[in-house]
Design a protein around this ligand. Sequence first.
Ligand code: 0X9
Ligand code: ZN
Length: 421
Amino acid sequence: MRILFVAITLCSVLLIGQATPVEDHVSYSGVQVWTITISSPEERHGLSKMISHYGLEVWKEARSNNPKTDLLVPVQYQKELGLKLMEANINYVIKINDLQAVIDNENLHTKASSSNTRSAHNMDWTSYHRLGDIYGYMSYLNATYPGLVSLINIGSSYEKRPLYVLRISNSSCNATKPAIWIDGGIHAREWISPAVTSYIIQQLVEVQANAKLLLNVDWYIMPVMNPDGYEFTHVSNRMWRKTRSLSSLSSCRGVDPNRNFGYKWGGLGTSTNPCSDIYKGTKAFSEPETLLTSNFILGKAKQIKLYLTIHSYGQAALVPWGYDVAYPSDYADMLALAKSAASTFRKYKFSVGNSAALYYPAAGGSDDWAKSVGIKYSYTFELADSGTYGFLLPSSDILPVAQDFFPALDVFATKIATLKV
Ligand code: 0X9
Ligand code: ZN
């Protein structure tokens, strides 16, 4: 009896220990995604009042050429908000009935990393992978193709994860050819971005038919710029967007890395509230992720002629400036190249245009910063989809999205090859 009592006491101590992790797993059970269509400035005003009244999380804002807003509606507000929208004559549809169910179905084909101990890496493009698999694949390529690939550790994230850039080049000398930079995973929850960016790496390094893309151009590819946020979306909160830095002002964590770059920092479409998803941080480049990445790019700014950052969702190629509806003097060149790249897409149709006009003004973005330091061609690509699953694109869509995107790189490489370093 006494032994049993001790055993029960011990068990409960262990259980209590397990049940109080620092930050719990966030469940989205019953949370819905509504798409709301506004048809007048009055309706827009009414909707933004409702959003702030209920503190709703917006996935996508209505913009000039697209009057639709996607937002998350927790169970407790669904009835009341539905009535309010009906009273205000605002149209809405329930896009996702139970967000947690979609999250649970998103990545069904994941194989346990350890189940594949005999192969050299765990990467594939039929499931979304943890950071360890993506980094494991980059190390594998580095070891397997020493003449083609170099793995560059540019420093550490806030939580001390390495920040890796892969250089792909068939020339032994540094910086003789013009180069293309591609990054993914600035926003943690946009899983299709590291998936497509790592697919691009695979195609450039491992597919002989793509060797022509390396003839006149070097590539710098960083598939996960925000590794702390990315891991957090896998283990705790699937909808996390920001970095994971602690704030001295608040118990809310993280900075929006795409509001933290040092051009027009703190302007339109940014927040001073550490709890906001578009929090700009305490200063430009307050985050190690943005600071180290920007310093690396600056060190190669003469060589890098194209800056490409991969996000989701919305199927759009966004051309700077994004801090406001404003146009660089060579905007026509920038637009023409983006259009010709996007014209290669067969399955997913993209809109191409000025970032602030097509989406919304948002200052401190990486694309604007890259343009501001003299990289002539700088773009944000927002991959699929256009709103059905939003950030929760099923893993069976990775290959179709990646394969549709890849041919655009031929257009980019052809153009960049003509530019002098
Ligand atoms: O808001 C953003 O950071 C980007 N959209 S996302 O849905 N992936 O979050 C768009 C950024 C466009 N670029 C700038 N505004 N500079
Ligand atoms: Zn994004």
